[in-house]
Ligand binder design. Structure first.
Ligand SMILES: Nc1ncnc2c1ncn2[C@@H]1O[C@H](COP(=O)(O)OP(=O)(O)OP(=O)(O)O)[C@@H](O)[C@H]1O
Length: 256
């Protein structure tokens, strides 16, 4: 890929290692995600998926290689990124409504000390509408179901109008209807130019969802279109002896 394509990419990693306290947990990550592309990160427990996503926000250091996010260093790209964490620190007992949670996504744009404007309130309404929860705007966040909360957190990320959306296992505890609703939103966002990076254990979902799949386990074992990466041979190498969710509610054990 040309230098200008790399500069224009939402995400460009070349020979990247990431880890904690100077010790890598994931090495050899090479990936370029263009605007509007959808990348799925797959691999067994402890493969390094969450760590890689956190590195894209500058929350975990890049120990080796070159990482460029939205044209600059990862930490500097944070205002242009939306992030839905695997376990959100937002306390369900904290007295906020769904709309107030989504408004949090706007504060990075407007500054938390400034009053919200009509455009912000409209963006919040639109984002809740987008995830099919317009009628729950005034509902206490803690009174929503797990799947509805997940959709509110997605709406919070959407309200920030990110150029790069990062989702760490967004379908945990989410029913099939909510999952379909989220997938539909992600397709619409990427069609409008947002780059999407998603980690998942569901290989069927990765196959159907992604333009590109990165197969991880301590290092990047493969990168490419789903049909090229999600092969029995590649999975056997990367997963050796682990249970693999192949989608459609089926889990298989990949022998070493
Ligand atoms: N804060 C931390 N400090 C030190 N090591 C960590 C920390 N967080 C994660 N690790 C280690 O990094 C490795 C990768 O963990 P990570 O959470 O990125 O994997 P994952 O692919 O997201 O796993 P899962 O599918 O179980 O969520 C694991 O060995 C884990 O123990």
């Amino acid at each position: 890929m040309s230098e200008s394509a790399v500069a224009d990419a939402a995400l460009s990693y070349a020979g990247v290692s990431v880890g904690y306290r100077g010790t890598p947990v994931l090495t050899g990550v090479d990936v370029i995600v263009a605007a509007g592309q959808r990348l799925a990160l797959v691999g067994p427990n402890g493969a390094g998926k969450s760590t890689l996503i956190k590195s894209m926000l500058g929350l975990v250091p890049v120990l080796d290689g070159t990482a460029t996010v939205l044209g600059g260093a990862p930490a500097r790209a944070r205002p242009g990124c939306g992030y839905v964490a695997q376990t959100d620190s937002l306390d369900g007992g904290f007295p906020v409504t769904a709309a107030q949670v989504v408004m949090m996504g706007r504060y990075r744009r407007i500054g938390w000390w400034r009053p919200t404007r009509a455009a912000d309130r409209r963006a919040v309404r639109d984002a809740l509408d987008y995830v099919g929860l317009a009628d729950r705007a005034g509902t206490h966040f803690g009174a929503l179901s797990g799947g509805q909360r997940q959709r509110v957190l997605l709406a919070r990320a959407v309200a920030a109008e990110p150029r790069l959306l990062l989702l760490d296992e967004p379908f945990n505890g989410v029913d099939a209807v909510s999952q379909d609703a989220i997938v539909r939103v992600l397709h619409e966002l990427s069609a409008a130019g947002t780059a999407v990076v998603l980690s998942t254990h569901d290989l069927g979902l990765a196959r159907d969802f992604a333009h590109l799949v990165s197969l991880l386990n301590g290092r990047q074992w493969a990168l490419g279109p789903p049909g090229e990466v999600l092969t029995a041979q590649a999975l056997r190498r990367a997963y050796g002896g682990h249970a693999v969710d192949v989608g459609d509610g089926r889990t298989v054990l990949v022998e070493p």
